[in-house]
Design a protein around this ligand. Structure first.
Ligand SMILES: [Zn+2]
Length: 190
């Protein structure tokens, strides 16, 4: 297995994505994996699935889990397609959620540490700022709520205001009697 195939495998890439090249920077102790779309790949609208031409590309970079002792970055020119019905849309990438600068595996790694340690300790150890950790937690909550199939119609619900970030910010959580979150809103004014 060559190194491109190895990284395609461990990044769990599938058609039309493929590893284009790899580079090692010994000064910054990092590996950069350049990922791209296979040539002549037919792309489709992420909303309706209709075959659509490429409009342009946006260069994006994500922090991934380390490769041994080396920081690992994934870079890609992500295509934006032009759908005749839905307009210009960015193709979703399988390794990261929309708008995140971290891969899903890296976010999952951060979340696993947040379960057993403080936010401050995790962010210092992984060299992340508060906003990065906040974004990772917010996206995880969104994904969790999106997985809840049942509507907001539990026989008993609670409304809980929670302060975090040293009490400077509030969120409102609506859990059922078993503590399962049914909804979440930013701030407490709603
Ligand atoms: Zn469309």
């Amino acid at each position: 297995m060559d190194e491109k195939s190895l990284y395609a495998h461990i990044l769990n890439l599938s058609v039309p994505w493929q590893v284009k090249s790899l580079s090692l920077d010994e000064n910054t102790a990092s590996v950069t994996v350049i990922v791209g779309i296979a040539e002549n790949a037919q792309l489709s609208c992420p909303t309706c699935g209709k075959n659509s031409p490429v409009h342009d590309h946006r260069h994006r970079r994500w922090r991934h889990l380390n490769t041994c002792q080396l920081a690992t970055l994934v870079e890609a020119d992500v295509p934006r397609i032009m759908c005749s019905e839905h307009g210009c849309l960015t193709l979703p990438v399988p390794w990261a959620g929309p708008g995140s600068r971290y891969t899903l595996l890296f976010e999952s790694f951060v979340l696993s540490w947040l379960k057993i340690s403080t936010i401050d300790a995790v962010r210092k150890q992984l060299k992340l700022n508060w906003n990065a950790v906040d974004g990772i937690m917010t996206r995880a909550v969104k994904r969790g709520l999106a997985r809840i199939k049942r509507p907001l119609s539990a026989p008993h619900i609670n409304v809980v205001e929670v302060a975090f970030k040293k009490g400077h910010r509030y969120i409102t959580v609506v859990p059922d009697r078993d503590g399962q979150a049914l909804a979440l809103t930013d701030d407490r004014g709603t």
